[in-house]
Design a protein around this ligand. Sequence first.
Ligand code: SAH
Length: 291
Amino acid sequence: MKNGKTERSKSFGYLIVSTDESDLLTCIIWEEGTLGVEVLEDRCSGGKIACKAYFETEESRDRCRQRIDKELPEADVTESGSEVIDDWISLLHGGFEPVAAGPLLVVPAHAPPPSIPGAGLLKINPGLGFGTGTHPTTRMTLELLCEQIRPGARVCDVGTGSGILAIAAALLGASEVLAVDIDADAIENASGNLRINGVEEKVELRHGSIELAAGRTFHLVLANIFATILIGLLQRGLADIVAPGGSLVLSGFDPVGADRLRTAVEAAGMEYSELRTSGDWAAMLAVKRER
Ligand code: SAH
């Protein structure tokens, strides 16, 4: 997807991997820039998971394979190949149904807007950035965002994907929003979505991670990424960018891993407040005491 043009049919690299270290595998696959992961339920058994991860190029697929061989040698890479996918955007993101988030309704940008009185529309053009609102982690983060945001708040969205959380914050009255992502394709997708929603002036969108927020503080910090990455970010100063009296919303992890995350949150000087769950996914709210 370059220069704003989207090719709907193209070739992707893929890997099929099985392991019982699912957390580490997802972390590696994600960090190596997967476009989407399909869990192969029929090949999962006895604590082992098997999944097929898609990559934009064969080079990125091979880089990921090298990391798996090095960091997770017990994992079994059963297949490494390429596949032409027609209408890949629909495949990876699905056609999505409108999702209610507080006073907002998240809708696909290309569909005729539903007329629901009183609902502000948050339009998303699904692209390579994750986040249409239908995934439980995005939904729970949006829910906590709607509850925690105050007019004029400064908000930081770490791992913005499609830009959905940053756009919601801007539409709900944030005075300033910083949105960062390490994935250039997500930044391109988010940039288009900021424009569609008319909030490009309010949201500072930058390619990178929390180092871009250093020295600043936010009333609300949102990060919907995998547990291992969240723990790494907490060790690298994620809590330092939360203003005294402010909140941190974390999602993207399994409820089973919530204790590990809570320990990391407390070690970073934040106070655990609550945990929400939806199936295999959880979201956590933590607050920073006023000084
Ligand atoms: N905020 C969206 C997207 C979440 S997907 C939502 O809630 O739906 C997670 C995003 O985090 C991906 O776009 C990924 O590229 C990005 N990401 C992963 N590791 C990151 C890191 N260390 N710093 C910043 N962004 C990161």
